[in-house]
Write a protein that binds this ligand. Structure first.
Ligand code: ATP
Length: 895
């Protein structure tokens, strides 16, 4: 359909909708049924069958199946059946766990999916973008990603970047008032906005004309993937480690096989032992467990208000050395209240708290009544007119829809008896230059304020606005704004800022007629200065605590803000981020130094004020060049580059733009600095947990190999039958290892410096711990075996095998507890504080008892029911690796 050729009236009647009311819920439901949801469907998930096939195409599994087939043909039918059963159990466990990880990731995907602002039932509301239907009226602002194909019906300086569709990266101007008579190409349809393109500037409204696969992007893409399925460096490292260990295992197994043959043992028996040993010892489950643990970790982060979009970010978070954060809303509460006004050379206090428009203007003890100070009324009028926010009265009080800074100004106007809606209909806005964080100002043009003239009202950062004013209004009289007067105003600005107030300046300019080609350079100039307001935005209490924790954790915290230097420093000081004003610098100072110099500067600067998005990119690049792992927040449309450059781009879930959310690796659902720190903590916990089960699995597997190898070397009967080895592998490698992956984290996890991302997972400490543990396991099981052979006779090794089997499994289950912390004793972390592990141990132990005591399983596993005396020995030996593990930690702690 050629929507761009229809007039607005045609569109509204064709799509059966109205501009002010939009659709109602019934319309929406009907149209959803008719047109479907506004989504580009993802690729089919791999089917159950393909998952099964994937599980069975694993090299080791194939070897096992081969072994089963051989067993079958040489008459060991029982063995063949058991091996196949174990293969199946393993495969289904694998599929189940993969499914869990996939589900967790899906849930995250849904959470991070985009929203759209629409007018429905006569109200502006936010709805999931996939619920949009043709006829919906969508409200657009800078930073939005267009949620469906729209025909524009309102536009104000609207610019849209259409690179994703047309490849053109320069934003194009869009105008709702154009209709085309003839066909034009996609890139020239300036009255349309297309799905997945980005609003870079201005505001607008559009009617949804196409959704889902009907959209232009839908026609060319089957899926827009915001989540990438990547392999993280850690996963890669583990894959590699797994490969090396696998090769080593195969060599040892071949050696075992060879020695066995030389000793004249039976070929088939030795073959089966070697294969089972390989299967048991090769840590094939490692990468799978890592993925699951990362996915579970992502879900835990959600509970702490942080949505991580990539597995990789979970890892990087744990290595973070610097967190660069915005001030407003992240470190502060973003609940603005104007408390000071400066106009007519007087500083007035404003009473009242929150957004409730009840309060007074006071000059000392004296209450100012309306009209007493002429310019106060101009200032409150500008507050209400040069403003895009709305105040909504709810049962819990007043609430801002839009920018809190502007909400506070509507409240201020209310305290001066000015109603935002009334004054806006009395003096309608006819043009505007929207706010952007580069200019740090905004201007609106109005009719009727001065009869027969057009007046523009500007508000913005004082340092910027003051420099663009040539006159000042003092009690209604206009005088030149000379240097002395400017200094006076700047001094007031400074004194407000030092009290941590966010300061805005107000000005206006009159025109005979509305100027053509309105721009900041020509029109935000030569203005008349009216006054200043100072608003408080209290720091977040949690942020203070989070910054303290960062200090302990060796993580630097840096404030990067668009706000004024003194305000920023005052808040940074209150939060404990900076001590001296020397640690603060202005964005413009960055313009004067080279990248080399900046690398030095970033080492000691804690506060960057009046910063523009390009400065952020330079700061993050300098930090990275110094080897820092940097997390950086950003919420605006221009922050995307800095977010991309940072190791961890962080965006605000509530106030962040779609663009920022799309680029960021981490989204904070509560916009709170403290949540970044929680995410870093989770990142560290996840890494240390991965280390714990790697340690557990490797020491366990090496112990098994050594046991079999040494027994063969000492010319003893084989200590574990193939089936026993496989069962042991199934029990110890899966449940306890996974339970270690959900460990809560050491109490001092945030008291150590950040980890070096290049550090190998098998560091020196871990290697020596693994050696100690595997030797302990080997010696223990050999001792148990020796006892069994002596007690029950070397000619009857079955009983001794049952004893080794039981000792080994029990020892593994017990020492899993010791693996819960690299250096803290079990007494410190608590014996039962990881409930999952307790259940995993109980479950695995019951499985063991089943194999020992169920009469129909005994012949399959070649086991015997152990008596009390056997258990005495088994338990005594089984505790040894646990005790050794704990003693080893004592030595480490002493060191
Ligand atoms: P942060 O970067 O920490 O979030 P910020 O909110 O001050 O701080 P910006 O939103 O980029 O950063 O604002 C930069 C400056 O622009 C502010 O310090 C203020 O002087 C000015 N400003 C902010 N909001 C508005 C607005 N709605 N209208 C006019 N000027 C504004």
């Amino acid at each position: 359909m050629e929507w761009y050729r229809q007039s607005k009236e045609e569109l509204l009647s064709n799509l059966n909708t109205t501009l002010d009311q939009g659709l109602n819920d019934n319309d929406v439901q009907e149209r959803l049924d008719k047109y479907g949801t506004n989504e580009l469907k993802e690729e089919e998930k791999s089917s159950f069958l393909s998952k099964v096939i994937a599980q069975f195409s694993d090299f080791l599994v194939l070897i096992l199946i081969g072994a089963a087939v051989i067993s079958f043909f040489v008459g060991e039918v029982k063995d063949a059946i058991v091996i196949i059963a174990i293969v199946f159990i393993n495969a289904f466990l694998g599929i189940y766990q993969e499914g869990r990880a996939e589900k967790a990731l899906d849930a995250l995907r849904k959470m991070a999916s985009p929203n759209a602002k629409v007018i429905r039932n006569g109200h502006t509301t936010v709805v999931p973008a996939n619920s949009l239907v043709p006829g919906d009226i969508v409200v657009l602002e800078a930073g939005d990603i267009i949620p469906a194909d729209l025909r524009l019906i309102e536009s104000s300086n609207l610019k849209i970047e259409e690179a994703s569709l047309t490849g053109e990266s320069v934003p194009v101007e869009k105008r709702s008032d154009i209709t085309f008579d003839e066909e034009v190409s996609l890139g020239d349809r300036s009255n349309m906005a297309y799905m997945s393109t980005i609003v870079t500037y201005g505001r607008g409204k559009g009617i949804v004309v196409e959704t889902g696969h009907g959209t232009e992007i839908g026609k060319i893409a089957t899926m827009i993937q915001t989540f990438e399925n990547e392999t993280t460096p850690l996963q890669k490292k583990l894959n590699e480690l797994g490969k090396y260990l696998g090769i080593a295992c195969i060599l040892v197994c071949a050696l075992v096989f060879g020695i066995g043959l030389l000793q004249g043992r039976e070929i088939l028996e030795m073959f089966m032992v070697a294969i089972s040993l390989a299967v048991a010892a090769i840590p094939e489950g490692l990468p799978a467990i890592v993925t699951i643990v990362l996915a579970i970790g992502m879900n835990k982060m959600v509970k702490r208000h942080a949505i991580v979009k990539k597995l990789l970010a979970v890892e990087t978070l744990g290595c973070t050395t610097v967190i660069c954060s915005d001030k407003t809303g992240t470190l502060t509460q973003n609940e603005m209240t104007v408390v000071k006004v400066y106009t007519d050379g007087k500083i007035l206090d404003v009473t009242g708290r929150g957004y409730d428009p009840e309060g007074e203007f006071k000059l000392g003890e004296y209450t100012i009544s309306s009209g007493e100070i002429g310019d106060l009324e101009t200032l409150t009028s500008i507050s209400a007119l040069c403003n895009d926010a709305l105040l909504e009265k709810t049962s819990e009080g007043y609430r801002v829809v839009g920018d809190p800074t502007e909400g506070a100004l509507i409240t201020l106007a209310g305290k001066g008896n000015i109603d935002r809606n009334e004054i806006n209909s009395e003096f309608p806005r006819i043009e505007e230059i929207p706010f952007d964080s580069d200019r740090k100002m905004m201007t609106t043009f109005h009719k009727n304020y001065v009869p027969g003239k057009i007046v523009s009202f500007t508000k913005g950062g004082p340092d910027i606005v003051i420099n663009r004013c040539s006159r000042i209004s003092i009690n209604g009289e206009i005088v030149p704004f000379d240097d002395n007067l400017k200094k006076e105003v700047l001094d007031v600005n400074s004194s407000f800022s030092k009290d941590a107030l966010r300061v805005l300046a107000f000005a206006y300019r009159e025109y005979e007629t509305l100027p053509d080609n309105i721009s900041s350079d020509t029109n935000e100039n030569d203005m008349t200065f009216v006054g200043l307001v100072g608003m408080i935005d209290p720091p977040r209490v949690e942020a203070m605590e989070a910054i303290r924790r960062c200090k302990e954790a060796g993580i630097k915290t840096v404030m990067i803000t668009g706000d004024y230097k003194e305000t920023a420093f005052a808040i940074a000081k209150e939060l404990g981020m900076a001590e001296s004003i020397d640690e603060a610098m202005m964005g413009e100072e960055l313009n004067k130094i080279s990248d080399e110099e900046l690398r030095e500067v970033v080492k000691h600067t804690k506060v960057y004020a009046r910063v523009s998005p390009e400065h952020k990119v330079r700061i993050v690049s300098a930090l990275k060049a110094n080897g820092e792992i940097t997390a950086m927040t950003g919420d605006g449309v221009n922050d995307a580059l800095a977010l991309k450059r940072a190791d961890i781009g962080v965006s605000m879930g509530i106030t962040g733009t779609d663009v920022a959310k799309n680029t960021a690796e981490l989204i904070l659902t509560d916009d709170n600095f403290a949540s970044i720190v929680s995410a870093v903590e989770e990142g560290r916990i996840i890494y240390s947990n991965i280390k714990k089960f790697v340690f557990f699995l490797l020491s366990c597997n090496i112990g098994e190999i050594l046991l079999v190898f040494l027994s063969i070397l000492f010319n003893l009967p084989i200590p574990l039958l193939p089936i026993q080895l496989l069962w042991l592998n199934l029990i110890t490698d899966s449940f306890p290892a996974l339970a270690l992956g959900v460990e809560k984290g050491d109490p001092d996890i945030m008291k150590n410096p950040p980890r070096n991302p290049n550090e190998p997972i098998l560091d020196k400490g871990m290697v020596s711990a693994i050696i100690f543990q595997s030797v302990a396991i080997t010696v223990t099981s050999l001792l148990a075996y020796r006892w069994g052979l002596r007690t029950y006779g070397i000619d009857n090794p079955a009983m001794a095998r049952t004893i080794v089997f039981t000792t080994l499994i029990t020892a593994e289950l017990l020492r899993a507890n010791s693996s819960r912390s690299e250096k803290h004793s079990l007494f410190t972390i608590g014996f039962f504080s990881n409930k999952t592990l307790v259940y995993a141990m109980l479950f695995s132990f019951v499985l063991l008892l089943g194999v020992l005591y169920l009469p129909f399983l005994q012949p399959i596993f070649d086991t015997f029911a152990l008596g009390l005396r056997d258990w005495e020995i088994v338990l005594t030996y089984a505790f040894i690796p646990l005790v050794v593990g704990e003693l080893y930690k004592v030595i480490i702690r002493k060191r």
